[in-house]
Design a protein around this ligand. Structure first.
Ligand code: UT7
Length: 380
C-alpha cells in the first residue's frame, strides 16, 4: 500500500498586513523587509479566528476535493506551534467540528517542519495498513505569539492553514520516501520561553514578554541554507531518484534568500523551486501545504510529476518528502448537490456535538442529584 494525496485545501484570514502597515508600528521599511526576506504582505487572523477554525476550513476543502466523508477518516494530525490550547489538542477540536467519528486525532509539534513530519507519520501508518484515510493539517496563528514591538521577528510571520487528505492505494506513486531529523542542541535558537510547564504563565513572565517567540535569525538562516539542499538530496536518494527527475520543490516559506541559496546549492533552475512567501510571510507549519495548494492552482503540478516538500524549523528539526503526484489535475469540480450534502453533514456534526455536550451535562446533573440524595439519607 502507498499513501496518495487525493485532497487538498487552504485557508488564510481575510485581513492583510502590508510592509507599509508594519512600518507604522515598528521602525522598519518596505524596502528592508522586501530585500531581506522577500515578504510583501501577510494575513493576520481576526479576533474570532483561531488555529482550529482555520484548520477546519482547510480540512473541509481537502475532504471536498477527495470526495471523502469525515466519517471515513481514520486519523487527523494537526501540525502546529500555536494550538488553540496546550490541551485538548487542536486536532480533537477539528475532529469534533468535522464529525470524524472514527478518527484518532493528535497535534504534532515539530515547528515549521511539522507538516512534513505529519505527512511522513500518516504515510507510514497507511503503508503499514494500520489506516486507510488520513487528514494532515498544518495550521498556525503566529500573530498571537509574536511581539509586535520586535521588528526583528514581527515582520516575518503570518497566519493560515493548509491540509491534505492521504488515502491508501496499491497504485504506483504517492509518498515515495521521507527523511526526518532533529538537533535539540539548537532548541534555544527559536523558542517560546514561557507558557509551558518550565515557566508557567505568571505576572512576571507576562510583564517580561516571555510569551512571545524569540529567534536568533542569523543562526537559523545558516542552518536552513545547509539543511534544505541536504534533506532534498537525501530524500531523492532514498527514493532511488535524482535531481534531474524533479518537477517541483516546495520548500518551507521562511525567507526568499534562504530559498535562493538552497536553489543555487542544489544547482536546479529557479522555476523548479516554488515560492509564494511574498503574499503570506512565514506561516510555519502551514507554509508547505498552502504553497502546495497554490502550486496546484497555478498548474505547476501535473499527474506523475515528482515533488519534494522540504522544511526546517524550531527544535531544530528538518524533514523532506518525495511524492509522485498520482491524481489527475485539475480536480473534478464539486457538484452543487455534493456541496449541499457536505454542508448538511457539517450541520449534523455541529448538532451531534451539541447533543453530546448536553447529554454529558444531564448525566453529570443526574449523578450530582444521586450523590446529594445519598449524602442526605446518610446524614439522616
Ligand atoms: O521558519 C523558520 C524560522 N525562521 C527563519 O527561517 C528565519 C531565518 N533568518 C532570517 O530570515 C534572517 O536572519 C532575518 C530576516 C530574520 C534577518 O535578516 P538578516 O539579514 O540576518 O539581518 P540581521 O538580523 O543580521 O540584522 C541586520 C540589521 C540589524 O541592524 P544592525 O545591527 O546591522 O545595525 C538589525 O537591527 O537589520 C536590522 N533589522 C531591521 N531593520 C529594519 C532587523 N530587523 C529589521 C527590520 N527593519 N524589520
Amino acid at each position: 500500500m502507498r499513501a496518495h494525496i487525493t485532497g487538498w485545501g487552504r485557508f488564510v484570514p481575510a485581513r492583510v498586513l502590508t510592509n507599509d502597515d508594519l512600518a507604522q508600528i515598528v521602525d522598519t521599511s518596505d524596502e528592508w523587509i522586501h530585500t531581506r526576506t522577500g515578504i510583501d504582505e501577510r494575513h493576520i487572523a481576526s479576533d474570532d479566528e483561531t488555529t482550529s477554525s482555520m484548520a477546519l476550513q482547510a480540512a473541509r476543502q481537502a475532504l471536498g476535493v477527495a470526495a471523502l466523508k469525515p466519517s471515513q477518516l481514520d486519523l487527523i494530525v494537526v501540525a502546529t506551534a500555536t494550538p488553540d490550547y496546550l490541551f485538548p489538542s487542536t486536532a480533537c477540536l477539528v475532529q469534533d467540528a468535522l464529525g470524524a467519528s472514527r478518527a484518532a486525532a493528535f497535534d504534532l509539534a515539530a515547528g515549521c517542519t511539522g507538516f512534513v513530519y505529519g505527512l511522513s507519520m500518516a504515510a507510514d501508518l497507511i503503508s503499514s495498513e494500520a489506516y486507510e484515510n488520513a487528514l494532515v493539517i498544518g495550521a498556525e496563528t503566529l500573530s498571537r505569539i509574536v511581539d509586535w514591538s520586535d521588528r526583528a521577528t514581527c515582520v516575518l510571520f503570518g497566519d493560515g492553514a493548509g491540509a491534505v487528505v492521504l488515502q491508501a492505494s496499491g497504485a504506483d506513486g504517492g509518498v515515495l520516501s521521507t527523511v526526518l531529523g532533529s538537533d535539540g542542541s539548537g532548541a534555544n535558537l527559536l523558542c517560546l520561553p514561557a507558557g509551558g510547564s518550565r515557566e508557567p504563565a505568571s505576572h512576571h513572565s507576562v510583564a517580561e514578554g516571555r510569551h512571545y517567540l524569540t529567534m536568533r535569525g542569523r543562526e537559523v538562516f545558516r542552518f536552513a541554507v545547509r539543511i534544505l539542499p541536504a534533506a532534498t538530496r537525501r530524500v531523492l536518494e532514498r527514493a532511488g531518484l535524482t535531481l534531474a527527475d524533479l518537477k517541483l520543490i516546495i520548500p518551507h516559506q521562511a525567507n526568499q534568500r534562504i530559498i535562493e541559496a538552497a536553489t543555487r546549492s542544489l544547482g536546479v533552475p529557479p522555476e523548479v523551486v516554488f515560492s509564494n512567501l511574498e503574499r503570506y510571510g512565514n506561516t510555519s507549519a502551514a507554509s508547505i501545504p498552502i504553497a502546495l495548494c497554490e502550486a496546484i492552482e497555478k498548474e505547476r503540478i501535473t499527474q506523475n510529476d515528482l515533488l519534494v516538500c522540504v522544511g526546517f524549523g524550531a527544535g531544530l528539526t528538518w524533514g523532506a518528502t518525495a511524492i509522485r503526484w498520482s491524481v489527475p489535475l485539475p480536480p473534478q469540480p464539486i457538484s452543487p448537490w455534493r456541496r449541499i450534502g457536505q454542508r448538511l453533514r457539517y450541520l449534523y456534526a455541529a448538532a451531534r456535538s451539541l447533543i453530546r455536550r448536553w447529554l454529558r451535562w444531564l448525566l453529570a446533573r443526574g449523578t450530582n442529584w444521586q450523590d446529594t440524595d445519598r449524602h442526605t439519607s446518610h446524614d439522616e
